[in-house]
Structures are given as C-alpha cells and as structure tokens.
Design a protein around this ligand. Structure first.
Ligand code: NAP
Ligand code: ZN
Ligand code: ZN
Length: 356
C-alpha cells in the first residue's frame, strides 16, 4: 500500500450540524478538523446514523456535555488522504468510525482489544477531549480526521448507508451476543425493537439462536418476524410475563428508559443472563432476590473493541446484514430526534451528509 505525502498540514474548517447548547435544536455550523497526522486518515463522510445516545447527550441527559456538540458515532465514508505512516488504508477505501477515536493503547484492556474499557478512558468520537486537549466533533459533518488504528474497513458487500449504523448499533449488540454465546439451542430475547434492537434480532438470528422480541406493543410484529425473530410479544400485556416465565438463556435489553428489572429477570431460566446495553438517564432499582434465586446474571456491555468491530462488519457482510434505514437530509435531524423519542423509528435514521 502506498502512502500519500501531500497531506493536509493545517487545521481545516468543515461543515457540521451541532447542538449549540444542551437541549437546543441542532443547527448548521462549522468545526475545525486537525491536520492529517502521520498515522491519520482523512475521511469524506457519506452517511452518519442517529443513535439514541446522540439524543441523550445533545440534551445533556447523561450530564457534563461539551457544547457546542456535533453528535454522530456511526460514520461511513471514503478515505481521501492518508498520513505518511498509514499502512492499513489507501485513498478510495471504504471505511467506518464508531464511538471512539483513540485510547491509551497501553493498559491491560487496550492490549486485550477492549479499547472501549480503556483504564484511562477512551477518547469518544464526540463530546470528549482528544489527546490534544481539544473537543472531539462527531459524524454529523462532511469530513473527519481519525487515526487509522481506530478506523475500520467496510466490506464491499455492504453499502455505506446501511453499514453506517453497524458502527454503533451493530457492534453494541454483536459483542454481548457473541460473549454470551447466542447460537443454536439458545433462546435469546431482545427487549426493544429500535436501532439497536433490530440489529440484535438480525445478528442473533444469523448466529443461529431462537429469537424472541419483547416490544411495548405488537405494532412492529410483522417487521420483527421479517427481520428474523421467531416469536414476538407485547410487554404491555401482563400475560406475556406469566407465559414466558423461566424461558430465556439470554435477554438483551436495548431499552433507553428504566425497566422494571425484577419482572424481566423472572423471564430467565436458571443461570440465564440479562445483559443490558440501554443507557437510561435515571437509575433503576432491583430486588436482589431476583438474581439470587436461579443463580442469574445481571450484566452490562458497552460497544466493542476495534478488532471486534471489524469482525462484526465482516460477519454482517457475510450474512448480508445491513441496518433498516430511513435516509434523511440534515435539516430533518431535529424532527428525527423527536420521532426516536416516541419509538417511531424504522429502524435507524441515517443522515445523507451531502446535505449538511
Ligand atoms: P431506539 O432506537 O430509541 O430504541 C430503543 C427502543 O426501546 C425503542 O424503539 C422501544 O422499542 C424501546 N423503548 C423505548 N422507551 C421504552 C420504555 N419506556 N419502555 C420500554 N421500552 C421502551 O434507541 P437505540 O439507538 O437503539 O439505543 C437504545 C439505548 O441504548 C439508548 O439508551 C442508547 O443510549 C443505548 N446505547 C448503549 C450503547 C452501549 O454501548 N451500551 C450503545 C448504543 C446505544 P419498542 O417500541 O419495540 O418497545
Ligand atoms: Zn450509539
Ligand atoms: Zn487503555
């Protein structure tokens, strides 16, 4: 692979959409991008997914947000410049960037490929500070400069628009499903059929598990079955909890709001695991007898490491799994946020960044 030497050596200004302050609507703006360093790639962003985490953060639901904030950590695009020491990528390569753009690279977690759990804290793609001390700005933008070590390759079999959401929704569900061994003979429930949930259904089905969707209503049942679920139940119906008591080996919750955990733990069989990836803004309560009886596990998971993200993309390409998307223009971002908040998304909004 040949490295290109005529890289951008100064900070450039690029178009973006930002929340100027907490809870304010997003608006068009510009942000700086650093010069292309020797191990960096410059990416022409083509598509950016809208994750519910973008909404939590743009509205300061998790606290300590850095404003103005350019959200977006589901980035798919094409490399347009490479630094002199770049070896993995060349100009023209189709690439993705997920939720982090750097980490210490030295701690035991980084060395184990668990950069998301870097003991010194990973550098988030936005709403964080880079190693240069400057705020990071995410994918609702036309270009981004990222170290090649935190850039992944999008396989040819996946088009960039449906691949973008895999960079967060895909890896966040693939990683725990893999770790908790979703596969033949395992009964897996996915709670919440949104951006993460619909990818969890597709991935768990492709892994060979028997998949059940637990959604608030039966409104999206046909979709759920088409995406690969074997069964679909409404959690608004109390009978669901009686009927399915003691059923599942693994329950993966993607719900963005607090859930009554004791009820859901009752759906696990003995020694089953409830794995939570949803990140509600409020704490939840738990009666510990719900895990003691039956020796159950309550676990969590956050995105996945870089190598695992590549593995997930390759898995999705091999199985023909892209996200179900609704492509929008940048001026529809605020409306899309409102729709996500009312669970009116099928199943990921993706911004056509040419409209930014
Ligand atoms: P989403 O598209 O809004 O999906 C969440 C789904 O949860 C909704 O579609 C809805 O599904 C269900 N839901 C919403 N409110 C509910 C309520 N009050 N009670 C029960 N179910 C409810 O969001 P997403 O982008 O998939 O993200 C989901 C959560 O995961 C967010 O909190 C996000 O911040 C978090 N997240 C975590 C990680 C991680 O690394 N752990 C990564 C990405 C995102 P139904 O309509 O089917 O009920
Ligand atoms: Zn996300
Ligand atoms: Zn580290």
């Amino acid at each position: 692979m040949t490295a290109q030497t005529n890289t951008t050596t100064t900070t450039t200004t690029v178009s973006a959409y930002a929340a100027p302050s907490a809870k304010a609507p997003l608006e068009r703006t510009t942000v700086p991008r650093r010069p292309v360093g020797e191990s960096d790639v410059l990416i022409d962003i083509k598509y950016a997914g809208i994750c519910h985490s973008d909404i939590h953060q743009a509205r300061d639901g998790w606290g300590e947000g850095i404003f103005p904030m350019v959200p977006g950590h589901e980035i798919a695009g094409v490399v347009t410049e490479v630094g002199s020491a770049v070896t993995k990528f060349a100009v023209g390569d189709r690439v993705g960037v997920g939720c982090m753009v750097d980490s210490c690279r030295e701690c035991e977690n980084c060395k184990a490929g668990l950069e998301q759990y870097c003991l010194k804290g990973n550098v988030p793609t936005y709403n964080g500070l880079g190693k240069d001390g400057e705020p990071t700005y995410g994918g609702y933008s036309t270009h981004v400069v990222v170290d090649e070590a935190f850039t992944v390759r999008i396989p040819d079999g996946l088009s960039l628009d449906v691949a973008a959401p895999l960079l967060c929704a895909g890896i966040t569900t693939y990683s725990p499903l893999h770790r908790w061994q979703a596969g033949p003979g395992k009964k897996v429930a996915v709670v919440g059929l949104g951006g993460l949930g619909h990818m969890a259904v597709k991935i768990a089905h492709a892994m060979g598990a028997e998949v059940t969707v637990l959604s608030q209503s039966l409104r999206k049942k046909d979709d759920g079955l088409r995406l690969g679920a074997d069964h679909y139940y409404a959690t608004s119906d109390e009978a669901t909890f009686e009927q399915l008591a003691g059923t599942f080996d693994v329950i993966l919750s993607t719900v963005s709001a607090p859930l009554p955990l004791d009820k859901y733990l009752g759906l696990l069989r003995s020694e089953g695991a409830f794995v939570n990836v949803g990140a509600p803004e409020e704490p939840v309560s738990l009666n510990l007898f719900s895990v003691i009886g039956g020796g159950k596990t309550l676990a969590g998971s956050m995105i996945g490491g870089i190598q695992e993200t590549q593995e997930m993309l390759d898995f999705c390409a091999e199985h023909g799994l892209g996200s179900e998307i609704e492509l929008i223009d940048a001026d529809q971002i605020n409306e899309a946020y409102e729709r996500v908040l009312t669970s009116d998304v099928r199943y990921r909004f993706v911004i056509d960044t040419a409209t930014i």
